[in-house]
Design a protein around this ligand. Structure first.
Ligand code: SIN
Length: 342
């Protein structure tokens, strides 16, 4: 009886296997190969479309449409509409999004070497930053977290940061006791502590509300972010301190990038190089334009620093370099203007 059942069972099993194989064959023949497949690049970011990053992202989308339309689609989500920076770092690691341009400060948790970009008064202007980024050491930083799933494709500038406050900050001593919003960065925390002020780490999208409600007194950011986030409405004084750099690592998920067909990856690399050059060439002009727009509103007064006050600011913040130099590494420190100072 058992044998008979088995005999009956066998042809059914064979039939079932055939059916599964045919089904798989149909699926495979229906699945688009790389020539037909559309690769979607989700690119969330936190700034407004008018900022250097916002304009860069849009230009990237445009060029991809023109040159790889039908094969690659870039979806841009600006103004924190999809997620904040912390979440986007996680989302990139998990492959939920494919491209990000998060401020370099926020990569300190992946490598302490990125902390160099936050050191106050280390870089005088964007030209100095660019020299460092183009150096062998700077290029090494691009790939330093590749094994953690983040492949750096380029550095994008925003600009130099300014301090906003409810009072004019001429001398650093004026900032004592004030509460400043900072990005999630230990260097920036040390910088505010060096001013005898109170640091408050906070997501970018929450800053306006916090200033308006008085939860914080001040913040530091570029003219383009001050303009597009309307911080000037709730910051009566803006000190043109140019005390720090705000820039981004344009990064992709390493695995996603490696598995792209070669011809697509090569074209995307060319587009990224072109857009990176454009963003960095235009960033300063955008910030100057946004500074003029802020000042034209009459809602914020510009505080310009005398050479003597500037010296005090530099002297007060200089110990922060020594505090982080070991973590950053001597090779990186030496490749910046700090190498010339020592
Ligand atoms: C950005 O420019 O991407 C945001 C910077 C910040 O969090 O202040």
């Amino acid at each position: 009886m058992k044998i008979q059942n088995f005999k009956h069972f066998q042809p059914r099993l064979v039939l079932l296997i055939y059916m599964v194989l045919i089904f798989q064959l149909v699926l495979t023949s229906c699945a688009p190969d790389d020539k037909e497949k559309i690769f979607v690049i989700k690119f969330p970011h936190v700034t407004a479309p008018a900022t250097p990053k916002g304009q860069g992202a849009e230009r990237l989308r445009q060029l991809v449409d023109e040159r790889l339309g039908g094969r690659v689609k870039v979806e841009i989500y600006p103004s924190s509409q999809l997620m904040n920076d912390d979440d986007s770092l996680e989302a990139l690691a998990f492959g939920e999004v494919q491209m990000i341009a998060v401020s370099l400060s926020k990569f300190d948790r992946l490598s302490p070497r990125f902390q160099v970009f936050d050191l106050p008064f280390l870089f005088t202007d964007l030209q100095e930053v660019e020299e460092f980024q183009a150096s062998e050491t700077g290029l090494m930083l691009l790939r330093t977290i590749e094994n953690k799933g983040f492949l750096g494709l380029g550095f994008w500038h925003n600009g130099m940061k300014q301090f906003g406050a409810p009072i004019p900050l001429n001398n650093p001593a004026d900032a004592a006791g004030l509460k400043f919003r900072i990005m999630v960065s230990d260097v920036l925390q040390a910088q505010i502590l060096a001013m005898d002020a109170v640091p408050q780490k906070m997501a970018f999208s929450e800053v306006y509300q916090a200033l308006q409600s008085g939860a914080i007194d001040g913040q530091e950011n570029t003219w383009s972010n001050i303009w597009s986030q309307k911080f000037f409405e709730v910051q009566p004084y803006i000190t043109q301190s140019n005390h720090g750099y705000l820039g981004y690592l344009l990064a992709v998920n390493t695995e996603f990038w490696r598995t792209l067909p070669d011809d697509i990856r090569t074209e995307l690399e060319a587009i990224v190089a072109e857009v990176t050059a454009e963003v960095n060439a235009r960033a300063e002009a955008i910030n100057l334009e946004h500074r003029d727009l802020v000042l034209a509103t009459g809602k914020s007064v510009l505080v310009e620093l005398s050479e003597k006050d500037l010296e005090d600011w530099r002297a007060m913040m200089r110990p922060v370099w020594d505090q982080f130099a070991d973590e950053i590494g001597d090779d990186v420190m030496q490749a910046t203007a700090a190498g010339k100072v020592h």
